[in-house]
Design a protein around this ligand. Structure first.
Ligand SMILES: N[C@@H](CCC(=O)N[C@@H](CS)C(=O)NCC(=O)O)C(=O)O
Length: 366
């Protein structure tokens, strides 16, 4: 499998950017193609079960989706140089941080892009030109469609209101303080070498926070070491790294774990309760921030099941260490709070070659 991979997505998309960072540090060649609608949308739905971006086509013709499972598949197929740390505890915490970045930082990233007119103007113009060039409609209509679609799907339609905007922005501002302190000390999240946790964080940062005008200016002013990390990751090849893989989780990662325990996991538990009750929208209080009318996500029920599965697969000694670390930072109890996870039969078992559900519950065919 030496021919370049064909990656279909957008060059301002969260998960496309995450996968590009993975392929680059791993040294895997790919060609990025812009998805063209409506044709590509229908084809992707047919080939993969749901429409989402990015999707990947292997040289043998097979289609793949879901960056988390795509990365795990490539790590198994091409183990060296490894992106998933060899130390089982570091690997487990990296999976947890990847999931947190994928699913929870998505919220402030979408907010900053679509709430502020300069972000919405830039992104809707870019996406309309990238994806709808051949659709014979006026540009203003395509841009208005994009703004409406993204807001009703991911911001105002997913529980973000005037009353909780400060709370959503606080997720980002706290994170910047934590990451600035980390990257003043070392080049990557777990140490001297980039790994899965960095790839996870590249999703929200590479094509959103460090690109969209409003968050980019905040990063420039308040967290320049984070901006450096974004570029450093993009410019690093693991094959050139002579540094050792990390053997322990640095203490300051504990602050990120506290965010996972106090905001992401409580949200996941409320989502489980909503899915179990068949409620397509739900209200949830996360710390002092109240979300009204958040959209349920079957996919994120599976994310919680995956986190538990990763924990249960740890060798006994690493499992004890992981439990102690999770307890210390408020993640242990919420990880197990819901007894039953309302998964669909066989849900996501076809990944990365077939998906059962989308990240947020629209247009699912289950
Ligand atoms: N879990 C998926 C999530 C992919 C995803 O949700 N991508 C967004 C764009 S960056 C998307 O396609 N959303 C579907 C839509 O807006 O209809 C992954 O890791 O690839």
């Amino acid at each position: 499998m030496t021919a370049p991979l064909d990656l279909y997505g957008s060059n301002i998309s969260y998960f496309t950017g995450k996968l590009e960072n993975y392929f680059r540090i791993k040294g895997i060649e790919y060609r990025l193609h812009a998805m063209r609608f409506p044709g590509d949308g229908k084809r992707i739905q047919r080939e993969l079960g749901v429409f989402q971006m990015p999707v990947l086509q292997l040289p043998d013709g097979r289609w793949m989706t879901d960056t988390t499972k795509i990365i795990q598949w490539f790590e198994a197929e091409r183990p060296a140089p490894a992106v998933i740390p060899a130390d089982p505890l570091v690997a487990f915490i990296s999976f947890l941080l990847e999931d947190y970045a994928d699913e929870w930082l998505w919220r402030p990233a979408m907010h900053y892009r679509w709430h502020y007119p300069e972000g919405a103007h830039f992104a809707s113009r870019h996406l309309a030109a990238e994806h709808f060039a051949s659709v014979p409609l006026p540009g203003a209509l395509k841009r208005a469609f994009m703004r409406h679609r993204q807001r009703s799907g991911y911001t105002t339609g997913d529980g973000i209101t005037a009353a909780n905007i400060d709370g959503v922005e606080a997720i980002f501002l706290r994170l910047l303080g934590q990451l600035q302190a980390i990257f003043e000390q070392r080049p990557f999240l777990m140490g001297a070498r980039p790994g899965l946790a960095d790839i996870g964080f590249s999703g929200p940062f590479f094509r959103h926070f460090a690109l969209d005008p409003v968050p980019l200016e905040i990063i420039r002013q308040h967290a320049p070491a984070v901006l450096e990390w974004v570029a450093r990751l993009w410019n690093t090849r693991l094959a050139d790294c002579t540094t050792e893989a990390p053997h322990s989780v640095p203490d300051d990662i504990g602050l990120l774990l506290e965010e996972v325990g106090s905001s992401y996991l409580p949200y996941l538990n409320a989502n489980v309760a909503a899915v179990a009750a068949g409620q397509q929208q739900f209200d949830v209080q996360v710390g002092n921030v109240a979300y009204r009318g958040a959209r349920y996500s079957r996919y994120r029920v599976w994310c919680l099941a995956e986190l538990r599965r990763q924990f249960e697969a740890l060798p006994p000694a690493a499992g004890l260490e992981a439990r102690a670390l999770l307890e210390r930072h408020g993640c242990w109890a919420p990880l197990w709070q819901q007894e039953e996870l309302p998964l669909l039969p066989g849900q996501e078992e076809g990944l990365p070659f077939r998906a059962s559900t989308k990240m947020v519950g629209t247009n699912e065919r289950v």
